[in-house]
Design a protein around this ligand. Structure first.
Ligand SMILES: [Zn+2]
Length: 333
């Protein structure tokens, strides 16, 4: 039954070609559009926002990157770097007033189960994000098909896609998996602690909606067959990454280790106002980057640009990222 989901992708996509990616017949629906129908009018490069899900094999599991859309942050949300420097580094991915941040989620298909890693913004944040539900529909996946949601952390741009405006569940059967410290922190967090862009009440709603049967994990735990957690604290207390699969084609999904790839690979000291503990966030970023290049891991991130798969190399104290060439990543037939 699960395979049928993915053969639906094959039917819908692949008749045309967009820079090497299969293009869906329903391409227009992939424009992030929880609200606006004119993302270009908001300063988003119009060709950029048209991204189809990209499936790779990860150690025997199928892993699909789904573009949830773009989030507008603010230049002063980044520490140790000025607005002019950011504007220059980001080029078209910045407006006069703010940088655009990519937002990605991942669909994991393992033997007999189907799940998500993070769920994007849903209808709760910027109108240029929240495309996950449309992508899932196009992939032939109904909300009731999702068996689990594994969370890197509980900021609004990761949990918003889990809940309707009234706070009810979107995925009726899904078991939420989250780090023990993440659950503890947000259950006790004062309102508004996460800042304007990540309202704590949204996190609270998601946590309440999925508390029944929720499962916690710790560093090193194999959450499900082939999905192993690594604790990368700092951005939030329980922020975690995941190793998907094993062997040479395993993928290291590192969550929010990087928010702005144009500057943070070269300058891992650049932190954001969304990091609840900036010292530990920087430590975790350096740890993840070092691990990725020493083990030559394929990495994926929630805020990497499209396509969000690639490799990390080190240049003394700085790092650099090479995204998989568009069209070069192995796709599942
Ligand atoms: Zn995020």
């Amino acid at each position: 039954m699960r395979l049928a989901c993915f053969s639906a992708i094959k039917i819908k996509c692949g008749s045309e070609n967009f820079n090497g990616y299969p293009v869906c017949a329903t391409l227009e629906r992939h424009i992030p559009m929880s609200g606006t129908k004119d993302p270009a009018g908001m300063g988003v490069p119009p060709t950029y926002v048209r991204r189809t899900p990209l499936t790779v094999l990860a150690g025997g599991l199928r892993l699909t990157a789904v573009f949830d859309g773009l989030l507008k942050s603010a230049f002063d949300a980044y520490r140790h770097v000025g607005a002019a420097q950011l504007r220059q580094a980001l080029g078209p991915m910045a407006n006069e007033d703010a940088p655009w941040t990519d937002s990605n989620c991942f669909v994991v298909e393992s033997a007999g189960s189907l799940g998500l890693i993070d769920a994007g913004s849903g209808v709760h944040l910027d109108h240029t994000a929240g495309a996950l539900s449309n992508h899932l529909t196009d992939m032939g996946i109904a909300p009731g098909d999702i068996d689990y949601v594994i969370m890197t952390h509980l900021h609004g741009d990761h949990v918003g896609g889990l809940i309707n405006p009234d706070g009810s569940r979107i995925f009726p059967r899904a078991v939420m998996h989250l780090h023990t410290e993440e659950a503890e922190y947000w259950r006790n967090a004062p309102s508004g602690v996460a800042g304007e862009h990540h309202p704590a009440d949204l996190t609270g709603m998601a946590l309440r909606a999925y508390s029944d049967g929720a499962a916690t994990f710790e560093d090193g735990r194999e959450i499900l067959p082939g999905v192993k957690a690594i604790h990368l604290p700092g951005h939030t207390p329980g922020h975690s990454g995941f190793f998907i699969g094993e062997g040479p084609d395993a993928v290291f999904i590192w969550g929010d280790v990087i928010h702005l790839p144009e500057v943070q690979f070269a300058r891992p000291d650049i932190t954001t106002v969304y990091d609840l503990d900036v010292v530990r966030a920087e430590e975790s970023r350096r740890k993840a980057l070092t691990m990725a290049c020493e083990a030559r891991l394929k990495v994926a991130g929630m805020h990497l640009r499209q396509p969000p798969f690639g490799r990390v190399v080190r240049h003394r104290n700085a790092f650099a990222f090479t995204a998989d060439e568009i069209g070069a990543a192995p796709r599942v037939p």
